[in-house]
Design a protein. Structure first.
Ligand code: AMP
Ligand code: MG
Length: 426
């Protein structure tokens, strides 16, 4: 755990987003614990061990085409590309029904895609490059009208995987292709990191849960819903602890319960300056927490540290700030806790089609709409009012436009950094 910044002389210093990301990632370790699960259940889970091929795949040489297989020895040097070659058809090899006989000089066999290429032949000509003239009974021949190169159209055993090869590594999040890849090796179960348990709650006397009546000055708690969605996409076990009032004892109890139950605890609200001191006090009493001011907009304040055995994230209260800080800090840390190898969100370049207003100071995470033009160029525009309590633009947006701290407004036509949401969720 890094030094508690609240007691250091630099406590009023603003930290950059990347500095905070670095600190958080450094302080985050993969959770201990694995489980052995069936292949289908493993989709989206993170491998806890390397997976090694126990046999070659494909297991045998097989045909890449429907056609005829013959020996490259038939292709003597005096056969030029225009010449034809006529061979006797000795038999056939179909997928799942290999040819078991001998193949003599001057012979070919009929072969289908995926069918075993038997000993004695090594080259396949595609059907479209052959003719089968009306053969006399018992004397079937094939004439190759377009001579292939030696060894053409044969998929070699071990082309994809060779015995002993590590083909999926620990830390890989399993994709649909990976399920297929494991299936080619006949693997029915894999060892994955256990699911993370993440507890979260909202703090604030003004917050009501859905179903309750709003009193004067009250608002509905929406942060637990964005957090639910964001966590759902990370495939974690969630413990939703509801709304906790701004009350010393209630806060302390909630923090203790959450830390007992979960690998990570996420709260929203109560980390800005001017908040009732006991939130901070309680966290300092119960855990090892840093209170950071981050040079980003939205999302200036963030509390991060450990609470018992769990990692703690105290996010700001404003709904857009919750989502922005989750993407930048919580998601990379949770991925790391899951044992996943790729953790930081993807950033790409796009051309802004309009003026993006900004004052120099903090790094902006503006809500944007990223579009691809017919010519393939990526362009981006503002998704609406850029205020941290306004969900309208956040809902319309499909990306954050990241504008560096020192930058002022960006003119239309300039290139900007963009973080697409979909890329963030993988
Ligand atoms: P705080 O960080 O507690 O000072 O909250 C900052 C702003 O976010 C205030 O306007 C709060 O009312 C609002 N806010 C805090 N928590 C939530 C929540 N769970 N849902 C919606 N708004 C919230
Ligand atoms: Mg509050």
């Amino acid at each position: 755990m890094s030094q508690n910044d609240t007691s250091s002389p630099g406590m009023n210093r603003f930290l950059s987003v990347s500095e905070v990301q670095k600190r958080i990632i450094n302080d985050t370790k993969a959770v201990v614990g694995t489980e052995q699960i069936a292949l289908r259940q493993a989709l989206g889970r993170v491998l806890a061990t390397d997976v090694i091929a126990t046999f070659d795949t494909p297991p045998c040489d097989n045909s890449g085409m429907d056609g005829y297989a013959f020996s490259s020895k038939e292709l003597s040097s005096d056969i030029n590309e225009q010449a034809t070659l006529t061979l006797k058809i000795a038999g056939q090899s179909f997928a799942g029904h290999p040819y078991n006989g001998e193949i003599a000089a001057g012979e070919a066999i009929r072969i289908m895609t995926g069918a075993q290429v038997p000993d004695g032949v090594d080259t396949v000509v595609m059907q479209e490059h052959t003719e089968t003239p009306d053969n006399t009974p018992g004397e079937k021949t094939v004439t190759i009208t377009n001579i292939p190169k030696p060894f053409a159209n044969v998929r070699k055993a071990g082309d994809d995987l060779t015995t002993g090869q590590t083909f999926l590594s620990k830390g890989k999040k399993l994709s649909p292709t990976d399920l297929a890849f494991l299936a080619t090796q006949g693997i029915a179960e894999v060892k994955v990191s256990r699911k993370l348990r993440v507890a979260f709650f909202s703090t604030g006397d003004e917050l009501r849960s859905i179903g309750e009546t709003l009193g004067e000055g009250d608002i509905y708690d929406s942060n637990r819903y964005s957090l639910y969605g964001l966590l759902k996409n990370l495939d974690v076990e969630m413990i939703d602890m509801g709304v906790i009032p701004d009350d010393r004892q209630a806060i302390e109890d909630a923090f203790k319960t959450a830390a007992d139950l979960a690998d990570a605890v996420i709260t929203s609200g109560g980390v800005s300056v001017g908040e009732a001191d006991f939130v901070k006090e309680t966290l300092e009493k119960l855990g090892q927490i840093n209170f950071w001011k981050i040079s980003m907009k939205p999302g200036k304040p963030l509390a991060f540290g450990t609470l018992g055995n769990s990692l703690f994230f105290g996010l700001p209260g404003n709904p857009v700030a919750v989502i922005a800080t989750f993407y930048q800090f919580v998601q990379p840390a949770l991925k790391r806790m899951k044992g996943q190898d790729i953790v930081l969100p993807l950033v790409i370049k796009a051309r802004t089609t309009e003026l993006l207003k900004k004052r120099p100071g903090r790094t902006d995470f503006q809500r944007g709409i990223l579009t691809q033009s017919d010519s393939g160029e990526l362009t981006v525009k503002n998704a609406g009012t850029q205020a941290s309590h306004v969900l309208t633009a956040m809902s319309r947006a499909n990306c954050f436009i990241i504008i560096p701290a020192q930058s002022g407004s960006i003119e239309a036509g300039e290139m900007v950094n963009v973080q697409p949401f979909d890329g963030l969720l993988s």
